[in-house]
Design a binder for this molecule. Sequence first.
Ligand SMILES: Cc1ncc(COP(=O)(O)O)c(C=O)c1O
Length: 276
Amino acid sequence: MLRLPSPLEALDDERFAAAGIRMFLKRDDLIHPDFPGNKWRKLKYNLVAARAAGHGTLLTFGGAYSNHLRATAAAGHHFGFATIGVVRGEEHLPLNPILSAAVSFGMTLVYVDRTRYRAKAALADDLHRRFGNFHLIPEGGANLDGVRGCSELIKEIMTPYDVICCSVGTGATLAGLAAALGPGRRAIGFAALKGDFLPGEVRRLQPVPTANWEIEPHHHFGGYARRTPELDAFVEDFRERHGITLNWVYEAKMMHGLLSRTNRFKPGTIVVALIA
Ligand SMILES: Cc1ncc(COP(=O)(O)O)c(C=O)c1O
């Protein structure tokens, strides 16, 4: 069973209270154990499109630690699609827990070296020759169907608020949130990785461009999936205060960014932070 709408919880934290900020957490991490958060939101309309096109197979891409690969495998298992996961790099045995879960959901894994992986168009042709027809979902579920699913989160929030915040990997979630926000509201994405290409990605993923979002680039802690003792201590402290273990690749960096500069918001601001 999918837990939708996902819960919206007030976060009682003295550091936000001291700055006059009311903080809510949108708990997309609780949607479903096999495809939490934006995984479900990004897959939903991809599954609809695959079914409408009569495709019985989903093919997608990811690194060896990609939760998106695992979630696609789970979605195939639950909704009756065969799944193929194209993994960047070489096979390492035994499989890590993410890939072994993907395989136990029935996913066929194909390993592709980094150079071939980057040449996505040629690779897709190759894969079509090998596997026939399939519905292709890009890495991280970052396509317009994925963005459309993320947009749906906005209409679930019944509480008044001014700003919605999320972590940014591919930019699909931020693109979807900003596209659906009502007037007078804005979205802030906290980059989980280094690189000035993210705003371009968000623009590319927005069906109609909006100017109500920004990306905060200074809280990636060294880059994608990089961690420091400070970040680890922050995750532990947040868990002790609130009983929530933030994902250190993504949401911990966002929450650290929010708490390290609470004065970015005027007193009285109501903020929703997405825990995906
Ligand atoms: C837990 C979590 N939060 C945030 C993100 C970033 O989302 P996006 O890739 O849409 O920017 C991801 C990536 O899929 C994620 O797994």
